[in-house]
Design a protein around this ligand. Structure first.
Ligand SMILES: [Fe+2]
Ligand SMILES: [Fe+2]
Length: 187
């Protein structure tokens, strides 16, 4: 065994140098990924719960969209958990930790009105999009692997925003066709 191999064997603990990153950069990236991980869990819970209670003329479409997007948020959480651990970080383990470290607020679907749930979901997606854009800017070209993963997630979030917005616009259009006028924006 040569000196380099011996060094690698004795230094078996997780080490950011192995990823070509200095410790400070690594910790900074993990900090942002942990917060995004918390957002993903809350988004999953928000959409999954909304899918159970949503009401209105487009209920089947809304349930389907909410469930589909909830599952994608969970997949984002999995991707983030993987990367956090690759970068020697700790994945948040409790609901308290998730609530204390999130960027985007959890919006409980207390009102089953589908239109309102769509508006809340659009707002949640816009928060996620802003967060991931901020993370991308912060990372810059320091960690291309994390940046690529964030871009992949960001693409999904933009699609989610579009899909929820499409349903909201369909509801607006059907109300207009019935001469009911567009719903007043929720507060
Ligand atoms: Fe997500
Ligand atoms: Fe999303």
């Amino acid at each position: 065994m040569n000196t380099e191999e011996k060094q690698i064997c004795t230094d078996a603990a997780c080490n950011c140098k192995g990823m070509g990153l200095d410790q400070k950069t690594c910790e900074e990236i993990v900090h942002h990924l942990r917060r995004a991980y918390c957002d993903e869990w809350l988004a999953f819970m928000q959409y999954w719960t909304a899918a159970q209670v949503v009401a209105g003329v487009m209920r089947p479409e809304m349930t389907c969209e909410l469930m589909e997007n909830a599952n994608e948020e969970l997949e984002h959480a999995r991707m983030l958990a993987d990367r956090i651990q690759t970068l020697c970080g700790e994945v948040p383990r409790s609901p308290q930790e998730i609530l204390e470290n999130c960027n985007c607020a959890f919006v409980a679907p207390t009102d089953p009105c589908g239109y309102r749930i769509m508006c809340q979901s659009i707002a949640s997606e816009r928060c996620a999009i802003a967060v991931y854009n901020r993370i991308l800017k912060t990372i810059g070209d320091r960690d291309p692997v994390t940046s690529r993963m964030i871009l992949e997630i960001l693409e999904d979030e933009e699609e989610h925003e579009y899909e929820f917005r499409q349903i909201k616009e369909d509801i607006d259009a059907s109300r207009e066709a019935l001469g009911m006028g567009v719903k007043t924006p929720m507060k």
